[in-house]
Design a protein around this ligand. Structure first.
Ligand code: PRP
Length: 226
């Protein structure tokens, strides 16, 4: 049997994914060693192979078939726009794609102003301003610490992910508009989906069962609290 290869987004998303997989009997001891610098891990018994990559590269590995399956944020899927199937919402890694800036920049979002928008997500920002809002803007691509841009005068606003909101708050910025809610997703290579349909479908079904059970538990406990 060939290996089924799963690309994980390095960091918290990979840890949450492995926790979910453990609940369906798939674990990878070696990955839990905090001192390891290894990037690829195999489970010989189940013929599974996991590797850790940067989020934006996960859809690339999956499109080219170097990974059969990937776990990645929906923001990255939207931005990369690869030929892959998005098959399961994992419900974790929840955050929002937002337009943010100083409160005073709110009035610049009326569709009339030619403003500068700094972002790690140029495609999402362009689609939102050009298509949803019909506002012509200049997009400036940055690679991180996006909140700096309006503070130092590089742009009027930013398009970025907001999770707890504490980075914005600490830097005197506010959410001005919400572009869309986001969460972690499972993606699959279209050829793998055909060739390994049985194994992939079984894996997705088992993951979905755990997620549904957990959602049900959460619903029960919040119903008890209220
Ligand atoms: C992300 C994002 C925000 C922050 C939002 O940055 O770009 O800066 O997290 O999280 P919060 O709402 O909980 O404060 P990340 O940590 O990925 O670092 P980056 O600056 O390299 O993008």
């Amino acid at each position: 049997m060939r290996y089924l290869t799963i690309a994980l987004t390095k960091g918290r998303l990979a840890k949450q994914t492995m926790k979910l997989l453990e609940q369906i009997g798939i674990s990878c001891e070696e990955m839990n060693d905090p001192s390891t610098r290894k990037l690829i891990f195999t489970d010989e018994a189940r013929r599974l192979r996991f590797f850790l990559s940067k989020g934006p590269d996960v859809p690339t590995y999956v499109e080219y078939g170097a990974a059969d399956i990937g776990v990645v944020g929906e923001d990255t899927i939207m931005e990369e726009d690869r030929k892959i199937y998005e098959v399961l919402d994992l419900g974790f890694g929840k955050c929002r794609m937002c337009v943010a800036g100083p409160e005073s920049a709110g009035k610049l979002l009326n569709g009339q102003q030619q403003i500068r928008v700094a972002t790690k997500y140029p495609k999402i920002a362009r689609d939102y301003f050009n298509e949803t809002k019909n506002q012509t803007v200049e997009i400036i691509k940055l690679n991180g610490s996006i909140e700096l841009a309006p503070i130092v005068g590089l742009s009027e606003v930013i398009v970025d992910i907001v999770e707890t909101g504490s980075t914005l708050k600490s830097n005197g910025l506010k959410v001005l508009e919400e572009v869309c809610p986001l969460s972690a997703r499972v993606v699959v290579n279209p050829v793998s989906m055909r060739m390994e349909n049985e194994r992939i479908t079984a894996l997705l079904r088992d993951m979905n069962e755990v997620l549904t059970r957990e959602q049900e538990k959460e619903r029960m406990s919040s119903a008890q609290d209220s």
